[in-house]
Design a protein around this ligand. Sequence first.
Ligand code: PRT
Ligand code: ZN
Length: 286
Amino acid sequence: MKLKIAIQKSGRLFEDSVKLLKECGIDLNNGSKSGVLRTEASNFPLEVLFLRDDDIPQYVEDAVADIGIVGENVLLEKGKVVNKVEQLGFGKCRLAIAVPKSEEYTGAKWLDGKKIATSYPKILDGFLKAQKVDAEIHEISGSVEIAPGIGLADAICDLVSSGSTLFMNGLKEVEVILKSEALLISNKKLSDDKEALLKKLLFRVQAVKKAKRNKYILLNAPNERLEAIINILPGMKSPTVLPLAQSGWSSVHSVVQEDDFWNIIENLKAQGAQGILVVPIEKMIV
Ligand code: PRT
Ligand code: ZN
């Protein structure tokens, strides 16, 4: 018995999805490179199906795949009934409304009576209804950002990450409808065996995610400052402190979170810490 996972065949989520599986210690026999549409892991009961991202929610709902990796934007647009298992921290983007730079956008009411081009008609419709705006949705499947320039629409609703595509097409972002990232999804009715495999995989995914948010830090501290330095470094339980060969100094090891990383380093230096080393963590199990 194998757990079947659907991932994107090629595109923005492909590499990160394969990388995540690898970081979870799962070796795939071959990628999707040479037109292979399915493969098996050699060291985990996992079968991988490579699909277009748009099809993944349907396949998971229908139990053709047990689980899948897909952008939340696609999941919401398709409206399929699946379980959201875990946010994966990659494929981050936002679904936004953008208008020509020269327009004076005054709020959602500006969209009344306007024509909006999008590949996300369902999510956009939900937004317009919530805002009580009556606009025409013009569905197109790609190159949405050129629609205003060629007179096809007054505004667009499309995915944005850096914003450079909007900028290059003379558009400005005026509303964020949805913030999205890649999600691990699962079929609603997995067998107990498959549920157990998913749990095992999820345990690994969470360990990898946690490791990415944390760094291992090593530093030398003058003994008279040890207490102050330990207070700056909470660690997983408490920091490890080892005497150095040179008397009056200790080596301190700990784990710090990426979010407040630079503040911590500055405070450590201010307390006389030296030889600070910061090392990535591969897996973190607490
Ligand atoms: O072939 P298939 O159907 O599988 O792929 P696709 O072409 O439909 O999707 P793909 O590979 O482009 O994107 C897959 C998923 O990546 C999306 O569903 C999102 O969840 C996520 N993602 C993250 C993005 C972006 N960032 C993104 N920037 N998807 C698309 N874009 C596009 C956007 O549509 C616009 O054209 O990039 C452009 C804007 O980027 P910036 O950086 O210029 O703002
Ligand atoms: Zn797609």
